[in-house]
Ligand binder design. Structure first.
Ligand code: PMP
Ligand code: GLN
Length: 380
């Protein structure tokens, strides 16, 4: 069969988790918590099931959940979406991203992608017949940043979409208000759309705030904003996310969504809707993860790993030049098999596999898990 995705293999996350299991390594590779979600959330899903919410929900998402999403976005970012026409519940953020790309990118359209980039963007663009135009982040004293003049230079008459991601996987960098202003300057007066991957919206540290594109009305008017309950509520396996977008964009999004998954499982949606009545779980998340970030960074302080800044997400990137000159993928495999701590090579987030001598650790783990990993990493 001639492949639709000839350059694609099994994702780096699946491969590294498999390797971690094979070697009994502490898995700081694939990003997911190793601790439980709140029992109250599970109770609410159970209640929804017992109350009979077990058949197809509306294609666009269960109304109470869409209403809760609208309220939350309005309270946090000041943008009022319409629950009926502008919010769609998806099978995780992954489905939202792919559906958004498929619904607006025509064959030959250009899509600006900022590298390192989450691994699902480029295959989705390929399936749509789009042409990626890659712009690389720059790594300086204060960490990774987006060179907006290069983004501006990458935008042309064929550009349909720009994909951004903040807080950013894998670098942990966070866009500031000045970044969004630069983006707004680039797209003003054009037809270019924006796909904003904000799945780590509640993981921004040191008192900074998340800059959702929907804070700026001129950006909200042309953006698909994507988030995921998996990240926010420690339930990555439930695979529920959403997209918020103006009605005209949401209408096109729903045309693809309805023939892709049609709808997303009902009881989880009702469970999340009830659970979201209390904002504390997501308002407390920055402090919760900042403590883990600080614990992990402190543990690596005396080691030969060089810490890069970690302003957001649950990822910590490190340079390992003082330890090895292996390429990143081989270094990550060696760490997994010999040191028994799994990591993700950052080269996996570059189309051409760019080598920076950097790997990514996930610190969304119990303190004991982090302590065991740190004990092993300290000796490297
Ligand atoms: N975007 C980014 C940047 C991610 O890190 C992830 C999860 N690893 C996703 C999207 C996908 O989220 P979900 O698990 O909800 O599909
Ligand atoms: N987003 C997670 C990560 O970056 C992995 C999700 C997946 O395995 N697809 O580690």
């Amino acid at each position: 069969l001639p492949s639709r995705l000839p350059a694609v293999g099994t994702t780096v996350f699946s491969r590294m988790s498999q390797l971690a299991a094979e070697f009994g390594a502490v898995n700081l590779g694939q990003g997911f918590p190793d601790f439980a979600c709140q029992p109250a959330l599970i109770d609410m899903v159970g209640e929804a099931m017992r109350a009979g919410f077990n058949q197809y929900p509306m294609m666009t998402g269960a109304p109470p959940l869409r209403a809760a999403i609208v309220q939350k976005i309005a309270a946090l970012y000041g943008h009022e979406y319409d629950a009926g026409s502008e919010i769609t519940v998806t099978a995780g953020a992954t489905e939202a991203l792919t559906t958004a790309i498929l619904c607006c990118v025509h064959p030959g359209d250009e899509v600006v992608v900022i590298e390192p980039a989450y691994d699902s963007y480029l295959p989705a663009i390929a399936l749509a017949g789009g042409v990626p135009v890659l712009v690389q982040m720059e790594l300086g004293e204060r960490g990774y940043s987006v060179p907006w003049h290069k983004v501006a230079a990458a935008v042309g008459a064929r550009t349909r979409l720009i994909i951004i991601n903040s807080p950013h996987n894998p670098t942990g960098s966070v866009l500031r208000g000045t970044d969004l202003a630069a983006l707004a300057d680039i797209v003003r007066g054009s037809e270019v759309l924006i796909l904003s991957d904000e799945v780590y919206e509640h993981m921004v540290y040191d008192g900074a705030r998340h800059e959702s594109v929907c804070r700026l009305p001129e950006l909200a008017a042309r953006s698909f904003v994507v988030s995921s309950f998996g990240k926010t509520y420690h339930v990555t396996g439930w695979k529920v996310g959403y997209v918020a977008a103006p009605a005209a964009l949401s209408a096109e999004f729903r045309k693809v969504h309805q023939y892709n998954v049609f709808s997303v499982n009902t009881p989880m949606q009702h469970g999340f809707a009830s659970y979201m009545a209390d904002p504390a779980p997501y308002l407390d998340l920055p402090a919760f993860y900042q403590r883990k970030r600080d614990l992990f960074r402190a543990g690596l302080q005396g080691s030969r790993f060089e810490l890069l800044p970690a302003d957001g997400t649950y990822f910590q990137c490190v340079r390992y030049a003082a330890i090895s000159d292996l390429p990143e993928a081989q270094f990550a495999e060696w760490l997994t098999s010999e040191v028994k701590v799994a990591a993700i090579p950052v080269s996996a987030f570059y189309q051409q596999g760019k080598e920076s001598g950097i790997v990514r650790f996930c610190f969304a783990k119990q303190d004991e898990t982090l302590a065991l990993a740190l004990q092993r990493l300290a000796g490297v």
